[in-house]
Design a protein around this ligand. Sequence first.
Ligand code: ZN
Ligand code: ZN
Ligand code: FE
Length: 758
Amino acid sequence: MSGTGARRIRVRVEGLVQGVGFRPFVCGLAGAYGVSGFVGNDPGGVFIEAEGEPATLDAFTAGLTGQAPPLALVERVSVEPAEPVGESGFRIVASRQGEFPDGALVSPDAGTCAACLSELRDPGDRRHRYPFANCTDCGPRFTIVTGVPYDRCATTMADFEMCAGCAREYGDPGDRRFHAQPVCCPACGPALRALGADGRPAAGDPVEVAARWLEAGRIVAIKGLGGYHLAVLAADGSAVAALRARKRRESRPFAVLAPDAAAAGTLVHLDPAAELLLTGARRPIVLAPRRRDAPVADLVAPGARDLGVMLPYTPLHHLLADRLAAPYVLTSGNLTDEPIAYRDEEALRRLAGLADGFLMHDRRIEAPADDSLVRVFRGRELVVRRSRGYAPAPIGVPWPFPRPVLACGAQLKNTFCVARGNQAFLSQHIGDLESYETLRSFAEGVEHFCRIFGVRPAVVAHDLHPEYLSTAYARDREGVDLIGVQHHHAHIASCLAEHGHGGPVIGVAFDGLGLGEDGTLWGGELLVADLVSFRRAGHLEAVPMPGGAAAVRQPWRMAAAWLDRIHGDALPGLPVAERHREQWPVVVRMARAGLNSPLTSSAGRLFDAVAAIAGVRDVIGHEGQAAAELEARVDPGERGAYPARLIEGEPLVIAAGDLVGAAAEDVAAGVDAGRIAARFHRGLAAAVVRAVRVLGEGTGLRTVALSGGVFQNAVLLEAVLCGLERERFTVLVHSRVPPGDGGIALGQAVVAAANDRR
Ligand code: ZN
Ligand code: ZN
Ligand code: FE
């Protein structure tokens, strides 16, 4: 063989290369270059042996990265020489199962591709109107994977035996379903059915039945990729009201599914970046400014400036959208605060009182995944909830994890993170860990991740808050090293990890609440931080939170605490005090006595106080509502800003009371809420920028990281960013990882690893 000049190489490809059509792609590439050999999956990724002329092999190897399929993410290609064997042709060989998978990745689910969609709509195609059509470029992945390596037997599609037609496509290197693990058709794959509220099958085409139910104003439970959703027609005000009542969801906005991008454009104003996210394969809910004439009932997103829209991401959602030719609300199938229902039996039981009918099928969901939520900030994606379509894609970090880490995350909007090698895997959205159901979902999620990524955690990171269920879960793990990570340090570290920046930086962590090292509740923090440790260099002025959790639900209590701090007994007459005339003195006494009134420096609570004073919102129905509504009210034409003093010292204190006092004065003077909201946002941003300048002078640091849920507020983020850029700071902001508590597990993981390395 050596006489012909042929050489043989052994290639290993690592990254997101399973379940994304990588082996067929390698076959095609080998065919194009006339290379012989084979390709297969193993727990570490893809292995290849290739034989050919040296120059051809080089081109072939380069093509592995350069021409990879759309859903693949090639992280490393390593090549070593082998002995030529002189075989002919190129084939896919059986997967090698491994004892201890290390390095394999599982792809996120991907929305239906254009080719599958046109088959779906083609009366001549054997998959015409087939709700489970998919190919190597699209379809379910993470939500059906039961183990590694990614092969049909390690997915819930193992329940279905391929027919001859599908087997032919699956085995044909020239077919776009070549080795697509979930391949199926009407003859062999899952089937749809419609059940009435009583659990009895409804006669007729299930999509048609469901469409008629929706048109009659009914609530229909629909089994999607990552769980059951509840649907109603978005324009049907009474159906939306019924959905709110039954879900016990008073105010949190619903997302709306539009048949296509043009229809979405009639609901919201889409800039090119938003349209790209909307139509991309990950298919998140995209938050965008709602059109005034959007054909959507007011109750879909009451009080919100933005509306969350998405496009169909499975053939089933396409079929229903095509039939209805109207947007429908699609919200997770659960009672508020419970995890999404995803097992059939459980869904029928849990959703029995919520849905009037079920559109379901017999492909099992292995892992639940809620819809992801994103918005656009400065032309870039800002992920607010990272779940279906995103998880469990790896987040690469430049610092290896010396031992496998499990980070348990926070209490609200929980996600967890497992990490090994140079990769962190942030979980899908789990939810608020406040019920047994959510905790079970958390524990099952951890098990699933550890299984599919072959991780046995040796280090377990958790929040400092002893009452978080995620902390309790961490402390129950045996035979591991526990590392507690302060909440706001974890926020800043998550931003650093996303940027591969090791610090030190000046971190601005603004959020609702997180337990501080001094036992008070933090949330308006300026930290000098790296991955190992941090120093609290500054914070917002702290006030009592009268009634603790009650003050979170009732923003007017924060107004009372602040106004009493500023004015004492000389409080001038203000509408907010008038509205709560009876309880006001009680709440003030509580705050003064420190009775059930923990001190907090929270930025979120500061927004609450100003929202109540400005008459925007006194009592909330969901977390962050008052702040979001205050942001929505900002008058963009207003150029004024409330002044706030800096009280220098260690730590530096931003006199947030100055902002509150100025807002109250404006209310008394009859200034409207839009201008008050603008002056408050601009004043707070200016104070933050000045504080960072002082810390920059003191430390010599020129890089700032912005994190915490408050930085989902685009108005505040833009104002702080502009100010810091004017001061020539380098500013790190979130994009792929949520700034809120959904990103915290990543921060915990990298802090734990940095301490583990020491
Ligand atoms: Zn496809
Ligand atoms: Zn078939
Ligand atoms: Fe937080």
